[in-house]
Ligand binder design. Structure first.
Ligand code: IMP
Ligand code: MG
Length: 175
């Protein structure tokens, strides 16, 4: 089977993750511990790399959601599958997400987590499909803006395939 074509190389991802980590470390210096909430499954590699580059105290949590489907088309409704373990009340929170497509997932998570009264809540997203947005969400830290192609690798999958590819690749529809 053909390997997906490279959209963003391993080197470019690493360089951008380093920049994001430096920016986040500077922004949260002297604010105490930062709670990083990784959105499963797609963000697990991004979170692993980013969190190890931070120079500030951090606490790792995971959350899992799933999108309701109408056949193969996401309906926009999001359901919580696994919650975080820790209380986030009064704490600084950063949601770590692999990709924002329509925006529904991140919008749902922001709403839900804001209602728990964190000291602050921001978002860090590796990829943004700029033209696909249906719901506006604030992305405070962004890796790369991409087109509307389906991408895999660095945590992202196509039907569980290619999640551990070291670069971001583009899937051809008939693969
Ligand atoms: P949204 O709710 O439409 O913003 O979708 C976000 C979720 O859809 C992401 O967290 C991914 O799990 C998934 N997703 C959207 N586009 C892609 C893609 O190109 N590759 C892999 N997963 C994607
Ligand atoms: Mg995701």
């Amino acid at each position: 089977m053909k390997k997906p074509d490279t959209l963003i190389s391993q080197e470019d991802i690493e360089a951008r993750v380093n920049e994001l980590a430096a920016q986040i470390s500077a922004d949260y210096a002297d604010k105490g511990e930062l709670v990083l909430i990784g959105v499963l499954k797609g963000a697990f590699i991004f979170l692993a790399d980013l969190s190890r580059r931070l120079t500030i105290p951090r606490h790792i949590e995971f959350i899992a959601v799933s999108s309701y489907q109408h056949g193969s088309v996401p309906s926009g409704a999001v359901r919580l599958v696994m919650d975080v373990r820790a209380s986030i009340e009064g704490r600084h929170v950063l949601i770590i997400e692999d990709i924002v497509d329509t925006g529904h997932t991140l919008h749902y998570l922001m709403d839900m987590l804001k209602s728990r009264n964190p000291a602050s809540i921001k978002t860090c997203v590796l990829l943004h499909k700029e033209h696909m947005t249906e719901v506006d969400v604030d992305i405070d830290y962004l890796g790369f803006t991409i087109g509307d192609e389906w991408v895999v690798g660095y945590g992202l999958d196509y039907a569980e395939k290619d999640r551990t590819l070291p670069y971001i690749g583009i899937i051809e529809p008939d693969d």
